[in-house]
Design a binder for this molecule. Structure first.
Ligand code: HEC
Ligand code: HEC
Length: 447
């Protein structure tokens, strides 16, 4: 089989159909295009699996997922600092569009310092499980958590309903998508009301005031407030689904291989091509950073040195699996628009296992620029630092017998590290729609 035939054979059906539509007469003549690095058949097969970024997976648990009006409303909420205890923190405070939707800090800072690093939101809708420990199974479920997390925004779902109801622009935008807010949500204007979090008491003198106020509400008030809360989450999810950046130099390179287009193949410099060969070869990064979003979507324990030294204490996926399975906001719960669907099945099948202790979700490696530091505690200040760790495993924390031992010190040469670094730079996607990077204008909201 010639390299050209092989590529044809490896191409996804959609691309084959597109190629066939060009007609046989328009096929590029001559020899298959040359790469700077002689990739083997197996390597080419791997490379084909890494591009292009496919269309977003549908989210049947959110019937507003692809509704543009919902997204616009969600965008307004995303940038709204009134959704926080001190009126100074919005989602965008930590997920700053100018910093690749991160904050440049090691640990997130909202009302207090948190215990994890803020991840990017680029291509976030491609993830099956959200957050480092996967404690949410949909973007809308995830969006609810920071609002009431005392370290992040620290407000309540009751206050959220009030902020929307009291702002004519927000209320009009909300109603256009979801219909009116039920009067029970605003009856007696309950403000700071939320259910208990974590180990908080659900009632009685030791329960926080907002929790006692929640306990005092009638069932229909609670469910009307939850409805607004969930709608807000689904709208913010619709907005975040638009934060997609593919079409990186690497994608053009793969396109060039498929189309026999030498110019496109040159989108990846010889050094970046050597880095790619490392990535899928000797360094075997592709073991976990696989597929077109450069993640297997799974959880691993990289035994990273901890931010402040000492043994790792973050249970990671071990706790995350428990939290998502127990949440009323998961894909199988009463607020899901597809409680019998595949996502619901996935969360019902989750089992907590001790092997998951200390595991974190493999991040995507697309769009890494401008979003240092890296890893779940922001342990590394640069990509060079990350690559150095994979090369030497210096400072790796001891792993218990039940944890996987996948990483071996790669002992890369200086040139190999530089090649890898340059390849990672070629995963930077095309510029996103600028209109997504700031709050929507008042007129866009219908005010
Ligand atoms: C105080 C900073 C802070 C604020 C405010 C904040 N986040 Fe986050 N966000 C984080 C951190 C930290 C994580 C990782 C949490 C973890 O793994 O425990 C995260 C995780 C996420 C994720 C998961 C990303 C992934 O790759 O899985 C999404 C989505 C997200 N946030 C959206 C939001 C939205 C929407 C809001 C506003 C409602 C918001 N965040 C407010 C810091 C923040
Ligand atoms: C065993 C699976 C595995 C392998 C192999 C692997 N990674 Fe990772 N990678 C992960 C996980 C899991 C994380 C997150 C770890 C954490 O924060 O605890 C990560 C994090 C990263 C990050 C930080 C991204 C961010 O958003 O913070 C970069 C960059 C990275 N890896 C690059 C590489 C490179 C380059 C290689 C090959 C030299 C590689 N990885 C090999 C699983 C892996």
């Amino acid at each position: 089989m010639s390299a050209r035939e092989l590529l044809r054979w490896l191409a996804p059906p959609a691309l084959l159909a597109a190629a066939a539509a060009c007609g046989p007469g328009q096929e590029p003549p001559g020899r298959p295009v040359q790469t700077a690095v002689p990739f083997s058949e197996g390597q080419l097969r791997r490379i084909m699996q890494m591009s292009p970024l496919p269309p977003l997976p549908t989210d049947t648990t959110n019937r507003y997922a692809d509704d543009p009006l919902a997204a616009r409303f969600g965008q307004a909420l995303f940038f709204d600092e009134r959704l926080s205890a001190d009126g100074a923190v919005s989602c965008a405070t930590c997920h700053d569009p100018d910093r690749g939707f991160t904050d440049g800090k090691q640990l997130a800072l909202g009302q207090e310092v948190g215990n994890r690093h803020t991840p990017t939101l680029w291509n976030v809708a491609h993830h099956r499980w959200l957050t480092w420990d996967g404690r949410a199974d949909s973007l809308w479920m995830q969006a609810l958590d920071p609002i009431e997390d005392p370290r992040e925004m620290g407000t309540t779902r009751g206050k959220l309903a009030r902020v929307i109801a009291d702002d004519p622009g927000l209320l009009a935008a909300y109603s256009a998508v979801f219909g009116p807010i039920k009067s029970a949500a605003l009856r007696d204007r309950p403000d700071d009301v939320r259910p208990p979090r974590g180990r908080e008491a659900a009632s009685g003198p030791t329960a926080p005031a907002a929790v006692r106020a929640w306990d005092a509400l009638s069932d229909d008030q609670r469910s009307a407030i939850d409805e607004v809360f969930v709608h807000a989450g689904k709208a913010m999810a619709a907005y975040q689904r638009l934060l997609v950046r593919g079409d990186a130099p690497f994608d053009r390179f793969v396109e060039g291989l498929r189309e026999d287009d030498a110019e496109k193949v040159e989108s990846l410099s010889p050094q970046a091509q050597r880095g790619l060969a490392m990535f899928i070869g000797k360094a075997n990064c592709v073991l976990c950073h696989s597929g077109p979003n450069f993640t297997d979507g799974e959880f691993h324990n990289n035994a990273l040195p901890t931010l402040h030294g000492g043994e790792a204490r973050d249970p990671g996926r071990f706790d995350g699996a428990k939290v998502v399975a127990a949440s009323p906001f998961n894909a199988g719960g009463p607020h899901s628009d597809d409680p019998g669907g595949p996502a619901a099945l996935r969360v019902r099948q989750l089992r907590q296992s001790s092997e998951a202790w200390g595991e974190f979700r493999t991040p995507s490696l697309r769009n890494l620029a401008n979003r240092a530091p890296f890893m779940h505690q922001g342990q590394f200040g640069s990509l060079e630092g990350v690559i150095e760790f994979y090369s030497e495993l210096e400072g790796a924390t001891g792993r218990g017998h039940h944890q996987e031992q996948v990483l071996v010190a790669l002992r890369l040469t200086t040139a190999e590290k530089a090649d890898l670094r340059v390849f990672l730079g070629a995963l930077e996607g095309a510029q996103a729609d600028l209109g997504l990077l700031s709050p929507p204008s008042h007129s866009a909201l219908g005010r």
